[in-house]
Ligand binder design. Structure first.
Ligand SMILES: [Zn+2]
Ligand SMILES: [Zn+2]
Length: 328
């Protein structure tokens, strides 16, 4: 099979390689990949921002495909069935975090496209217990961004609490999905983008933001909560400064530049600062149920698999509205 593979650490690009068709282990399925989303985390993997990826590794953890072969111990999935494969690829199910419903923090967890081969390929194998049937109503390329931008975005959204005025910093794939969920649930979304990025402001308004402006600008109202999707640490004190007393700021990315020091008064009055790490299978089930009932419009730019580096470059340079999706 063809795969776009990171062959050296911090190589900043992936290379086209021919590999043997992978055989599923007892608890695994092999999936013929129909589409795979390109997430900012993939950039952090190929650019070397994250420690110790397995090398070589096939990136990609927003995989949509059809089951092509099942291991001997697989129950619940059958050949031909459409499934999604997300970032959490395996957890131990035995440690305190796993037993406590927090498998996202499992110290032995393995992640798709980071320690386990992902979806920048014609086929992928995955543990069947970590694959999810996908709602109808989304074709393959439009379903792909639900699997990380949607899923981990939704975990961040839940951490932000139930306040009415929600700020979102960085308006890419996750933001455009979560904005639609938030607006549907009666919230007002305030979108903050890089100063001067008119295209991102227009995109935010199109998908339902009540207001869109520059990340250095004050919003028209103080925020009950804010989610930071941009990997920019300087946005943390910025968002805290816009939050009401008791407000919540959630950092949703896996990697961020250093957070500058800031005066304690920005955190004072019981403001809360959270990070979000990974996802649980319960998050996936809950978000996919929300997505099934809501007809979220995902905006995608489709690239052939062999153009994965172009997709990564476009994401790195901020040239995308919505999500990049690779199709083998
Ligand atoms: Zn565990
Ligand atoms: Zn991701």
């Amino acid at each position: 099979m063809r795969a776009m593979t990171l062959t050296q650490r911090a190589n900043a690009k992936v290379d086209l390689v021919e590999l043997q068709l992978p055989e599923p282990g007892a608890t695994q399925v092999r999936v013929r990949v129909a589409a795979c989303g390109v997430c900012r985390t993939d950039l952090h993997v190929v650019d070397g921002d994250l420690p110790a990826p397995s090398i070589p590794i096939i990136p990609g953890h927003e995989i949509v495909g059809r089951v092509d072969a099942c291991g001997s111990a697989v129950t619940g999935l059958v050949p031909g069935q459409r499934v999604g494969i997300p970032w959490l690829g395996w957890s131990c199910e035995e440690c305190g975090f796993c037993r406590d419903g927090r498998e996202n923090l499992c110290p032995s967890a393995r992640y798709t496209g980071y320690q386990l081969h992902g979806g920048y390929a014609e086929y992928a194998v995955a543990d069947a217990r970590f694959c999810f049937p996908l709602p109808g109503g989304y074709d393959d390329v439009h379903a792909a961004p639900l699997l990380c931008a949607g899923l981990i975005g939704y975990r961040a959204y839940r951490k932000a609490g139930s306040g009415r005025r929600l700020g979102i910093y960085g308006f890419g794939a996750a933001a455009h999905i979560i904005t639609q969920v938030a607006v549907h649930q009666g919230r007002e979304v305030y979108a903050f983008v890089s100063p001067g990025d008119e295209q991102a402001m227009r995109f935010a308004r199109e998908v339902g933001a009540a207001w869109a402006g520059s990340s250095t600008e004050p919003p028209p109202h103080p925020l009950d909560a804010a989610i930071i999707f941009a990997p920019v640490g300087a946005l943390v004190p910025e968002a805290l400064s816009r939050a009401v007393p008791g407000g919540v700021v959630v950092c949703a990315g896996i990697h961020m530049s250093d957070i500058p020091s800031f005066p304690y008064r920005l955190l004072w009055e019981e403001r809360t600062l959270h990070s979000v790490a990974n996802l649980t299978r319960a998050d996936a089930a809950e978000f996919l149920t929300v997505a099934a009932g809501l007809a979220i419009r995902t905006h995608v730019t489709v690239y052939p698999l062999a153009d994965a580096n172009q997709a990564l470059d476009d994401l790195r340079a901020g040239r995308l509205s919505g999500a990049a999706v690779l199709v083998p």
